[in-house]
Design a binder for this molecule. Structure first.
Ligand SMILES: *Cc1c(COP(=O)(O)O)cnc(C)c1O
Length: 364
């Protein structure tokens, strides 16, 4: 099966092979060196002050969001949740489930957040929860702009970012206005699902010293001391180590350029073939694209036909569920793989020939 999904994403063969490494004691020296290398490479990738600012948890991304909420807030704390789609809503739901007083600030489906409005509403809150790349709509939010406004601004709310479908396809550094970044293994990190990454700024790490109730499994403190309090997902760590090597080899500038090219290819072909681009160019995410189908095409039927030919794409979410699809172009994918999937999709579009010829316009 070929997949153009915003997670899980294809696993490179180097990662797949690394995960076959036999088990050994996770407190013994072979695993210790894997742990050290992974944490060091992650610290570099996120520009974190040290490996002791990174926790790798055995959980999916949502577990990382829950860990962030549990470790930094207590019931009754006021927090601003910025919602630009389904995943922003879920982050707010996680906080609400923990008794946090969540103020929800929603922006229209398909648009990015407005930095000035966020700044205004964030006043007097203990923290803000934001989504870097909203996977349900295919919007990249102006996170750098927000971070710049908060940077050096003291006291200020703790800025906690869900970048599960953003980093490392979209470069993101902790610090300078961003206090906590949550990422996961199964999207741009090219690994199977099962590891959540929680990355802390110096300020965030300092705040963890306060004792708080209501956390146990996800207490970040032992992780930040370099300990693994419970059995780690050993095979996934081996996979992540191999993936980080590949990510380093490519470099973040080339990686961002590759993802932008895959996005542009997707949008160009879809628009030429008669599908609707649900997000304006200026907000279009480099990792996932939401497309609207004409009335006569049912998303479910379309996806079933593609799957029968060996290609899986994602369905629309929320208000776009009944008329939309999403194409993931994130992780270990190159132009030929994405073009192949788009060609199959083009055959189902209102103007197949125009869609296929649009591929030609993308040649260098
Ligand atoms: C995929 C995703 C999640 C959910 O992650 P799980 O690994 O399924 O728990 C959360 N937020 C965003 C932005 C995502 O793309």
């Amino acid at each position: 099966m070929h997949i153009l999904l915003p997670g899980p994403t294809p696993i490179p063969v180097q990662v797949q092979q690394a995960m076959l490494t036999p088990m050994s004691d996770h407190r013994g020296s072979p695993f210790q060196s894997v742990q050290n290398e992974v944490l060091k490479r992650l610290a570099d990738l996120f520009s974190a002050p040290s490996p002791a600012h990174i926790a790798v948890l055995p959980a999916t991304g949502t577990g990382g969001l829950e860990a962030a909420v549990q470790n930094f807030f207590e019931p009754g704390d006021r927090v601003l949740a910025v919602q630009t789609g389904l995943f922003g809503q879920r982050f707010a739901d996680v906080a609400q489930a923990h008794g946090i007083e969540v103020e929800r600030l929603s922006f229209p489906w398909g648009s990015a957040f407005d930095v000035n409005v966020v700044m205004e509403r964030a006043k007097g809150t203990r923290g803000i929860l934001v989504t870097h790349n909203e996977t349900s709509t295919g919007v990249e939010n102006p996170l750098a702009e927000l971070a710049e406004k908060f940077s050096g601004n003291n006291p200020r709310p703790l800025v906690i970012v869900d970048s599960i479908s953003g980093v490392p396809a979209l470069p993101l550094a902790v610090g300078h206005g961003i206090d906590v970044i949550v990422a996961a293994s199964q999207k741009g990190f090219m690994c199977p699902p099962g590891l959540a990454l929680v990355v802390l700024s110096d300020e965030a790490r300092e705040q963890l010293k306060e004792t708080r109730k209501g956390r146990f499994y996800f207490d970040l403190k032992p992780y930040l001391d370099g300990r693994l309090p419970y059995t780690p997902a050993i095979s996934l760590w081996y996979g992540l180590k191999a993936a980080l090597t590949l990510l380093d080899e490519e470099g973040s500038t080339a990686r961002l350029a590759r993802h932008r090219f895959l996005r542009d290819m997707t949008r160009t072909v879809a628009a030429a073939g008669g599908l609707e681009l649900m997000v304006q160019d200026r907000w279009a995410s480099p990792t996932v694209t939401a497309l609207g189908l004409p009335d006569h095409l049912s998303p479910l039927e379309l996806r079933r036909r593609l799957e029968a030919r060996g290609l899986q794409i994602a369905g629309g979410l929320g208000p776009w569920h009944d008329r939309g699809i999403r194409i993931g172009h994130v992780g270990a994918l190159d132009a030929i793989e994405v073009a192949g999937g788009l060609a199959l999709l083009a055959l189902e579009m209102p103007r197949p020939a125009d869609a296929l010829m649009a591929l030609k316009s993308l040649e260098g």
